[in-house]
Design a protein. Sequence first.
Length: 343
Amino acid sequence: MEEITTIGLDIAKSVFQVHGIDASGSVIVLRQLRRRQVLPFFRKLPACLVGIEACATAHHWGRELLALGHEVKLMPPRYVKPYVKRNKNDAADAEAICEAVTRPNMRFVPIKTPEQQSVLMLHRTRALFVRQRTMLINAIRAHLAEFGIVAGVGRNGVEKLLELITTGEDERIPPAARECLMALAAQLELVKRQILDADRRVLAWHRSSELSQRLEAIPGVGPLIATALVASVPDPGVFRSGRDLSAWIGLVPKQNSTGGKERLGSISKAGNRYLRSLLVVGALSVIRRAKQLGYTRHPWLVRLMERRSVKIAAIALANKIARIAWAMMARNERYRAPLPTPA
């Protein structure tokens, strides 16, 4: 039997599919593995190239197979899909992965370390708490509105409603409804404490990372964005330029060009949605601050704001922030602020 050189591994919760070929492309192995059989199977094989889709648990299996001496490459699922010939099943997916991993122009995903995954989990957990906080606030406002109790928007309005629920002095709220509102208020207080605790842990990790502290010097980048960038981009060298990074985040326009005519639309929104939202919020804070102090350090932003809306300017600035961050990470440099333009 010829020696296996390349394997496409379709991972799942319990049942894994293996598609292995030799140097000539002939199929050597095509079988299913249970979860407990995966590592013993690869432990018996000589070192080979293993392709895996970058989906749930892919980084874990990538680290495990790397420890066994194999060369592991993760690929975005959307780049593997065109290699699926017809019907979608585990065998067809594994064959497509095996074919895609050998393509010279394929783009690969760096395998993250457990520490990087832990930081991203902290970010995801915090984002979940923030969504839950919004849900609870909306529920409290909606329930009280059914009894004709409405407060102003913002934090002060919510605090007034919570005070009203706690004191129980408003006779418009029936006792049964007040019990439900008290439960929602207690849950809201718990979620707020959890968000503050997550913020403290993000800040602690930020202070332990030299790269994250350097990125914080970029206008619009704080500990939250800096740590998310460091954890999400373990190897900036996989991007040829800062434009590639901003395209991966989804901050570049979609193209529908043909016949030598360029047609650019709205931003692609491909890639990392969480990073994109953080960078846009950071860009909006820079614009808000620049309006107060003047645009002395951002003359291009002045010209853009004269002909475009604030949101479009924020996307352009977020794109620029991502490119600056890539340059600092790839070249191991510190941020150099632009000189103010003469008045």
